[in-house]
Design a protein around this ligand. Structure first.
Ligand SMILES: [Zn+2]
Length: 279
């Protein structure tokens, strides 16, 4: 079993020979800095863990906070992706928070890595199995060999001899649909709101729904066409607005909201259901 991944902030200058290693250190102290913690006798702050932070649009939640006699704050991303914070008894909430802010990028990247490695039960490509397309489930039926091997007509049919290549067939199909639908939506919103994207590309990213390259290329994962069209549109608008505002500042969200007043709901949909957008 792979151990959890840990990062540390040394609380005090380390004594020689002492170690900040915990459950075996798996990650060096990359970028962690000395935090002026534990220097006062202020009363122990009640820290509202379970609270979610949004740091540069990264959603971070403390799942467990353990206070002990330790000297450092450690952030531990567990094997299930949850975040445990171990802190000295007297570390103030604001100090823990500021450390989390500082490490937000690391936490987020580590959790993303874990998420994408979690094995979602793979499809078997047998009759009766359901596949998502634009927010609806459609049943698959295996049929005598056909060209193309996978067809969609209010339901999926796959030539049974192509069953061992079912996954590739579906991915190819999703990619084609994604390119055609997303290009159309990008065109529509571009016309309506005066955006000039360079081109649309389809990727196979697992957790990144879309991105905007500096040269104006918009990238979207084919998995997005498994989501309802409103959600596809949200990601399209999000990336288009990045052509004008590169970051996730309040100005950015203001622009998104102008075009799509209900964007928060759609964004939430992705957060809640995103993991299902897979085969
Ligand atoms: Zn963005």
């Amino acid at each position: 079993m792979p151990p959890p991944i840990v990062t540390f902030a040394p609380l005090f200058p380390q004594r020689r020979g002492s170690s900040v290693a915990e459950q075996g250190t798996h990650k060096p102290l990359v970028g962690s800095s000395n935090l002026p913690l534990g220097t006062t006798d202020r009363p122990m702050a009640v820290f509202s863990f379970g609270v979610q932070f949004y740091i540069h649009n990264m959603q971070i939640k403390i799942d467990k906070l353990i206070r002990s006699k330790r000297r450092t704050i450690a952030l531990i991303v567990e094997r299930d992706g949850s975040l445990t914070v171990r802190a000295p008894k007297r570390a103030a909430a604001v100090e823990i928070e500021s450390f989390i802010h500082e490490k937000a990028g690391w936490i987020f990247r580590t959790q993303e890595k874990i998420k994408s490695s979690i094995v979602i039960p793979n499809k078997q490509f047998v009759s009766g199995e359901n596949f998502l397309y634009l927010g609806n489930e459609y049943e698959l039926r295996l049929v005598p060999p056909q060209r193309p091997v996978l067809k969609f007509d209010g339901g999926f049919t796959l030539g049974y001899s192509a069953k061992p290549r079912g996954e590739q067939a579906f991915i190819r199909w999703y990619k084609q649909r994604a390119f055609s639908i997303i290009s159309e939506r990008v065109g529509l919103f571009s016309q309506g709101y005066g955006f000039t994207p360079k081109q649309v590309k389809i990727s196979s990213a697992r957790t990144r729904w879309g991105s905007c390259s500096p040269d104006g290329t918009l990238n979207f994962t084919w998995r997005l066409v498994m989501a309802p069209l409103e959600v596809v549109d949200y990601v399209v608008v999000h990336e288009l607005v990045h052509l004008r505002v590169k970051n996730h500042s309040s100005r950015f969200w203001g622009e998104v909201e102008k075009i799509m007043p209900g964007y928060k709901e759609r964004r939430k949909w992705l957060r809640v259901h995103g993991e299902r957008l897979n085969i």
